[in-house]
Design a binder for this molecule. Sequence first.
Ligand SMILES: Nc1ncnc2c1ncn2[C@@H]1O[C@H](COP(=O)(O)OP(=O)(O)OP(=O)(O)O)[C@@H](O)[C@H]1O
Ligand SMILES: [Mg+2]
Length: 361
Amino acid sequence: MAVVQAKNVSVAFGAVTVIEALNLDIAEGEFIVLLGASGCGKSTLLNCIAGLQEIAEGEIWIGADNVTWAEPKDRGVGMVFQSYALYPRMTVRENLSFGLRMSKMPKAEIEARVKRAVEILQIGALLDRRPSELSGGQRQRVAIGRALVRDVDVFLFDEPLSNLDAKLRTELRVEIKKLHQDLGSTMIYVTHDQIEAMTLADRIAVMNKGVIQQFAAPKDVYMRPANRFVAGFVGSPSMNFLKAKVADGASLEVATPDGRRFPLQGYATAAPWRVGQEIEIGIRPEHWVVGTAPSGAVPVEATITVVEHTGPEALLWARVGDTTISVKVADDSGYEEGQALRVHFLPAQASVFDLATGERL
Ligand SMILES: Nc1ncnc2c1ncn2[C@@H]1O[C@H](COP(=O)(O)OP(=O)(O)OP(=O)(O)O)[C@@H](O)[C@H]1O
Ligand SMILES: [Mg+2]
């Protein structure tokens, strides 16, 4: 049984519908990431689950309960925001216990819960400080602690690491992952950061304009994007796209604009291919083979325009006809601007999309 479900949920602000007939089934204990560009409806969907946003149509279920009309506090969810939302005049200890004190919980029980949260998050040394005396990372730990003490079944995170610097983000990301492993609670985490999505999620829901484009394990989203949007959105630098036409549907032979024909040997396709169908072949920057290529690899002739050294590797930007591609190479020596570059791709690692519909073929 799914522990959190959105059934046919629609949300409108005035005349503008931002989420339409959305369905999402989350299993117990899963770590789900809602990933998408700014304004695509991630926070709106999370707020619907939390009870902070009224829905126009549909239902929200948590466990065996239809909570569509339940108060946020009665849903068994704990929420952590980007802005921490701590009480500035209270100490860390008071911030942690405030909600419990308001609900008239016995003092001993409050103390036990605060103690446990403090141990899990290792914030014991901060208990008597006020939020203004904490770093961003410490504040966010306290904010997570406030959800922890409530002993909820479902944690909701809305871009909790966005206000932190890169190093701290990485540290706290690992801690959130550990927290999930230790608690085993269901977690729904909103971000527009792909690395967070790839590293944290059991499954990622990629959203665009209020619609879930793909809901799958990170590896599947990365290796087998369901459509052109997901392919272009996930991965940095972005997947490269080469335009082509189907020359022979049965043998998956394609023709490129420069008149070359080759079969996409080993590409796993479900849909039948039509002769003349316009397609795009997607290749990840790290999937190009430079130098000796295995059999079945498709050669592409390019001209290097820019060489970027990133430290452990280099990124080559190159022209192929009127398209620019990016090529990741491990050994960054010996590449120069203007140099001819022959790269290959393996059809089995590529993604093919219908140009008109954007759907994966
Ligand atoms: N109270 C509101 N009134 C009107 N429009 C709203 C309101 N809240 C959100 N919207 C609109 O709904 C859409 C989705 O907003 P939402 O906050 O869910 O996006 P998001 O994916 O969380 O973006 P971000 O990454 O920037 O936080 C946006 O176009 C936004 O302008
Ligand atoms: Mg948001």
